[in-house]
Design a protein around this ligand. Sequence first.
Ligand code: ADP
Ligand code: MG
Ligand code: ZN
Length: 502
Amino acid sequence: MTVTELVSYDEALATYDPVMGLEVHVELGTRTKMFCGCSTELGADANSQVCPTCLGLPGALPVVNASGVESAIRIGLALHCEIAEWCRFARKNYFYPDMPKNFQTSQYDEPIAFNGYLDVQLEDGEVFRVEIERAHMEEDTGKSTHVGGATGRIHGASHSLLDYNRAGIPLIEIVTKPIEGAGERAPEVAKAYVAELRELIKALGVSEARMEQGQMRCDVNLSLRPKGQKKFGTRSETKNVNSLRSVERAARFEVQRHAAVLSSGGTIVQETRHFHEEDGSTTSGRVKEEAEDYRYFPEPDLVPVAPSREWVEELRATLPEPPRERRNRLREEWGITEHEMQSVLNAGAVDLIVATIEAGADAASARKWWMGELARSANEAGVEPAALTITPADVARISALVAEGSLNDKLARQTIEGVLAGEGTPDEVVEKRGLAVVSDEGALGTAVDEAIAGNPAIADKIRGGKVAAAGALVGAVMKATRGQADAGRVKELILEKLGVEG
Ligand code: ADP
Ligand code: MG
Ligand code: ZN
């Protein structure tokens, strides 16, 4: 099936109704792995963070990471799930070179959390409820690198390298119930759901959930059924989609591909598919195993997990304000529109603005600097604004200097530039670069006197009542002070000295 054979999106939706299922894997930010004490730190030498347990050596015994269980419960609670009173791990048996034990320790029919929901907000403001089937604990696999081929894929490679540092890092898999009723907005719902889930995971502090680094990845299940039919069609499962935009594109492509197959009398095979970033297409992976192919059975080496109700309630009390509610609250406090809030969110500046306000700035100026000058600098440097070397406290200090009249906007921008260039704190930059507004009344008075003496004709006009002519003298003073004067105060002084009411 090539792209040219696709049915147009609108045509597909005129005949079929999409049903989706989203499976999201989140790598937890625990210090150690799920079943051993090995470090989870990224960037270490290959195979330097391994032990008999995560390498699956005979006789090694796993132990459950309590902090991993705690994160799983907090995620479950934040998704309005019930938390199991008792549950077990299970072995999911299959062979893969990057999985040294030949089974993945996962959960099967006894997940830690189940039956929840997440409300997501669509671009038009409508709230769509996505129901959660389950959230369960499991472990990540190692990483294979195929060497010698042109594409980095196994085909054409001369050999493969295996790094088991990632094997055993805790994962939480969050699975939705079939998402029905989204119609043409199914791809948008998929994207909004993953975006909201990512915000929630970050707010919980259980993972940085960076999709581009694979800390969070999504499998997109999709099927079509003829409009009016109750029974679901056969699904495809597009694996490991790793950006919000790709989630939306993958769902959209699958709608068009399924429609093309079904409309031409074909049948959809249940299979996994790979998503291709370059053109937004998917291609066939492997025909899907049935659950029984994995020969799941309860893990005999691990004790069951039976979180006490007291512990669950303690964890419930640690839940953050839900991100969507927090965004709506901040939007009202800052007095901005949904659209403006969306820009702040997209810029990754929400928490920075909050911190700047906490450090004493008013909402308007905090937003102005982070969304203006600083967003631009971050963009140019190709980093998130949070990675800039200026702190919210610095930005608050600059706002305060502007508010008290020590800096005007132009000087404030130069101060920011200095802080970003590593010249020191805002006060140090102002001092070193000599940026403060000339507020010394004596110096300013001299500059005004000189401007009046140098422009007698204009001065006469002003004396005669043409207050508007003062602009030319203000300009002369600003020029003489190289822009470092407060224009308002300069005008006052001119009128005062010429004996005119402002
Ligand atoms: P598997 O491990 O085989 O992928 P899961 O139950 O973990 O199975 O995940 C399947 C996902 O697909 C779930 O989100 C489920 O709600 C969804 N789903 C199941 N059947 C269909 C279907 N016919 N069409 C679309 N989504 C489906
Ligand atoms: Mg799956
Ligand atoms: Zn280990």
